[in-house]
Write a protein that binds this ligand. Structure first.
Ligand code: GLU
Ligand code: MG
Length: 469
């Protein structure tokens, strides 16, 4: 396999020994807290969080030398079938999953367990070129080299319920959208989810019952891109664990019921330099700075390609329909929930802190590390090109008179996974950012999932994927 372009520093034997040594204090703290096991997770190209677990007595060794896992998981599909790609696939080889103990967290929803995300290394101690988390870190580093800092957060929408006898989704609550009734029905559960997250050090901003049947939503405070992706993993696994303890099942699938509003995974991001938010206090529209606009313009221009990364499953395209607040048109607008790129400025007096962009067209079948890294790569390309933002759209683009979208140059984002794959294949920016091994494996999974669901009805797709994410 070709080496990833400066994937990250290799680990020497000394580095490994140092990591193990430094883990001792963490392990003592965990032991005192009655933790017996640690779950070490990473997210594959199908958006599934995969895991290896170790007893606490083995965590010290794992901190330096990692635990083994096959590279073939990079070409796993949503149903656990395997495909192959140009550089990755087949039964050979082994990787080391090395936990980032900076994120070691005692799990409130799984007594006796701790969790840490991993970075994947080769047995030689090189960063594995297809490691998604290392990709996010590397691209964040490219922004930092230009003096830019990103703050990001991924919103989590999910539905609680079960399959009925006929395979249709039966929600676990009956109350209306945003309704207090629904919150009362799930009162103990909702409190336990939020309390568990707070005990795990995740800052929950708010919780509410969402639009669709059984649907809920939770948002967390922004942080650096890798942490935001880690939070997305931790929040979802915590919701799942607390759900199980309440006898509930949670689904983060983009489409739970075909034709209904789905679960989004909206990404909020802001760009900072020297402590200044570049989306506020500047000379442009709504106070956007010149560099803020170029970064936003880069993301907007790349949205057709980015959709394949952020909405990567066949089921994603059951969600991405107009007038469902999923943002299916490549346009931007202040507080417009039908624009793929929504500008949020916040209220008077707090814009400097709050102003951010929300990418609405993504969902939670995406790998959050690929999402954060790809968005930054597109934004940086916008900076290189001196990109700008076109005129904004303040209404639902689907409601504009015929011909108006064309006149304003507004494109519908890909309507299907094959369309998204075609757009992504042509993206020189994302290919270069991800590097060929990761990019090709990611595309191979998409193509194989297209084949897997060929000829399957929308109801069949939701029935087969509802409980996978
Ligand atoms: N559930 C909607 C989606 O599919 C989003 C609703 C909202 O704007 O929060 O993305
Ligand atoms: Mg929402």
């Amino acid at each position: 396999m070709p080496a990833g372009e400066s994937a990250g520093p290799a680990l020497s034997a000394e580095d490994r020994a140092g990591r193990s040594r430094r883990a001792t204090a963490d392990i003592e703290r965990l032991r005192a807290g009655d933790v017996a096991m640690a779950a070490l997770t990473w997210v594959d190209n199908a958006g599934i969080t995969r895991v290896k677990a170790v007893p606490l007595s083995r965590l010290e060794r794992a901190a330096g030398w990692g635990v083994g896992m096959s590279p073939v998981f990079d070409v796993y599909l949503v149903n656990d079938d395997m495909t192959a790609s140009k550089y990755i696939g087949g039964p050979g080889g082994d990787l080391r999953l090395i936990p980032d103990l900076g994120r070691l967290t005692v799990l409130a929803g799984q007594p006796g367990w701790a969790w840490a995300p991993v970075d994947r290394y080769t047995q030689d101690g090189e960063v594995y070129p297809a490691c998604q988390r290392s990709f996010a870190r590397r691209i964040t580093g490219l922004a930092a080299a230009r003096g830019l800092e990103l703050r990001m957060a991924i919103e989590i929408e999910w539905a609680v319920g079960a399959d009925g006898d006929d395979g249709t989704f039966v929600p676990a609550c009956q109350g209306p959208a945003y309704g207090m009734t629904r919150l009362i029905e799930l009162s103990d559960y909702a409190r336990d989810v939020v309390t568990a997250l707070e005990r795990q050090g995740v800052a929950v901003e708010q919780f509410h019952p969402e639009y669709a049947a059984g649907q809920l939503e939770l948002s967390v405070a922004p942080s650096d891109p890798v942490s935001a992706a880690d939070d997305s993993v931790l929040v979802r696994q915590t919701i799942r664990a607390v759900s199980a303890r309440h006898g509930l099942a949670a689904t983060f699938a983009p489409s739970v019921v075909a034709g209904a509003v789905g679960n989004g995974g909206h990404v909020h991001l802001s760009l900072w330099r020297d402590g200044q938010n570049l989306l506020a206090g500047g000379p442009g529209r709504y106070g956007i700075s010149r560099d803020g606009e170029a970064f936003a313009g880069g993301i907007l221009a790349a949205l057709p390609e980015l959709t394949g990364v952020g909405s990567p499953s066949v089921a994603s395209y059951l969600r991405l329909v107009p007038s469902h607040w999923a943002g299916v048109f490549a346009c931007w607008g202040w507080e417009n929930r039908e624009a793929a790129l929504r500008l949020v400025t916040g209220s008077d007096g707090e814009q400097a802190v709050r102003a951010n962009l929300e990418v609405k067209c993504f969902d939670l079948s995406a790998n959050p590390y690929l999402v954060t890294g790809a968005l930054i790569a597109a934004g940086l390309a916008g900076l290189d090109e001196g990109a700008g933002l076109p005129g904004e759209i303040l209404t639902d683009p689907a409601g504009l008179p015929p011909g108006e979208l064309d006149r304003r140059g507004i494109r519908r984002l890909p309507r299907s996974l094959p369309e998204a794959v075609a757009a992504l294949e042509g993206s020189a920016v994302l290919r270069a950012a991800m590097g060929n091994p990761l990019f090709e494996a990611f595309l191979a999974v998409r193509r194989a999932e297209v084949d897997l669901f060929a000829g399957v009805s929308p109801d069949g797709i939701t029935a087969r994927t509802r409980w996978r994410w």
